[in-house]
Design a protein around this ligand. Structure first.
Ligand SMILES: [Zn+2]
Length: 320
C-alpha cells in the first residue's frame, strides 16, 4: 500500500490519478465532502446520482450538475487527469513551468498548455481563499522591467511595472507568514492605502521604509519605519527584510521562467508565486488538495482580466 508521501511523488501521482473516474471522485470529495451540492440553489440534501454517468440531479430545483460544474475544469474537452497533472507540475514544484515545457510534458499543443496554465494561475489566485494578514506585516514595492531600453526614469516615478507586496511575519500562531502581491498603476498613497487596509487587519503592526505613500496610516496600524535612504535597515523588530527576501525569490522566478512578462500577464505569475510561497512549508498532498479546492472559480476571458487586480476589494474584507 503506497503511503501519502509516495502517492504525491510524480511517479505515484501519475499512477493514482490515471483515470477520469478517480479524478472526478477526488474532486467531488474535495469540493463537497460527501454531500454533492447544487451550484444553482446550494442544496446538498438527497441529490440524485445517475447510473453510468457522472451527473447529479438536484432534489430541490431539478438542475443537473457534475463535480466539475462551476470550476475551471468545466466546459473544456481536456481530461481531468491532464488538468491534475498540470496542477501538480505547476503548483507543487519549487519552480514554475513555461507553457512550452508543459506542452511537452503532457504531450499537448502549446495553445492548450497556455490555456490550462492561465486557468490554473487564476485558480491559485482565487480571492475567496485569502484571509486578512495580521500580527506584524511588512510592506514594500518592487519594480519589474520588460524592456530595459524603454525605461525612462528610475525610482518611484519610473515607467517600470510596479508591484506592491505585503508579508506577514512568521508567528507562533500561524507560521509561516503569508504574502499578498499585486500590480499597481501608481505607488502613491491614494493607490496603496486601500489595498493595505483591505488586506491587513486594522490594529496590526505595519513595517515599511520611509516612502511617503506609507505615511498617514497611523489611524489604522501601529507603525514601524526604517529609513533606507539613510542606510538605516534594521532597528530591532523594525525592518522589511522578509518582504525583500520574497522579492529576491520572485525576481528569480520571473527572470528564470517567464523572462519578460507583459503587464497584462504579470499578475497571473504573481498569483502563482504567492500561492507557492504561502504553502512552501506544506506537504505535496496539502498543496495539491488546496489547489484543487480553489478550482471553484468560473473563468472567462473577462474574469481572467478582472483578476489582474486581485488585492483590491478583498471579499473577506467586504463581508465584514
Ligand atoms: Zn438546486
Amino acid at each position: 500500500m503506497p503511503n501519502a508521501k509516495n502517492t504525491y511523488s510524480l511517479k505515484g501521482f501519475i499512477s493514482r490519478f490515471s483515470d477520469e473516474e478517480t479524478c472526478r471522485e477526488y474532486l467531488a470529495k474535495i469540493r463537497w465532502r460527501g454531500k454533492p451540492r447544487c451550484h444553482q440553489c446550494g442544496n446538498n440534501k438527497n441529490n440524485y446520482k445517475y447510473n453510468h454517468r457522472p451527473t447529479y440531479k438536484c432534489s430541490n430545483c431539478g438542475t443537473q450538475f457534475r463535480a466539475t460544474t462551476g470550476t475551471v475544469f468545466a466546459n473544456t474537452k481536456i481530461p481531468l487527469s491532464d488538468w491534475f497533472l498540470a496542477i501538480k507540475l505547476i503548483a507543487c514544484t519549487k519552480k514554475s513551468m513555461s507553457s512550452y515545457q508543459l506542452a511537452k510534458e503532457l504531450g499537448i499543443t502549446q495553445k492548450s498548455a497556455w490555456y490550462m496554465e492561465t486557468n490554473i494561475r487564476v485558480m491559485l489566485g482565487n480571492k475567496e481563499y485569502k484571509n486578512m494578514l495580521n500580527g506584524i506585516t511588512e510592506v514594500d514595492e518592487v519594480y519589474m522591467v520588460r524592456d530595459v531600453t524603454k525605461v525612462t526614469k528610475q525610482g518611484h516615478g519610473t515607467n517600470k511595472m510596479k508591484v506592491l507586496g505585503l508579508r506577514q511575519r512568521n508567528s507562533e500562531i500561524k507560521p509561516p507568514g503569508e504574502i499578498r502581491i499585486t500590480i499597481v498603476n501608481k505607488v502613491d498613497s491614494k493607490t496603496l492605502h486601500p489595498i493595505i487596509i483591505d488586506n491587513v487587519k486594522v490594529g496590526s503592526w505595519l513595517m515599511s521604509d520611509e516612502w511617503r505613500a506609507y505615511n498617514n496610516l497611523e489611524g489604522y496600524f501601529k507603525r514601524g519605519v526604517v529609513n533606507h535612504s539613510r542606510r538605516h535597515y534594521v532597528d530591532g523588530d523594525f525592518h522589511t527584510n522578509n518582504i525583500e527576501g520574497a522579492w529576491s525569490h520572485l525576481r528569480k522566478l520571473i527572470s528564470g521562467t517567464h523572462h519578460r512578462p507583459t503587464p497584462e500577464h504579470l499578475q497571473k505569475y504573481l498569483d502563482e508565486f504567492e500561492f507557492r510561497y504561502n504553502h512552501r512549508k506544506k506537504s505535496l498532498e496539502c498543496i495539491f488538495k488546496q489547489a484543487v479546492k480553489q478550482s471553484d472559480i468560473h473563468t472567462t476571458h473577462a474574469t481572467i482580466r478582472q483578476n489582474l487586480r486581485p488585492l483590491a476589494n478583498n471579499p473577506k474584507r467586504s463581508k465584514k
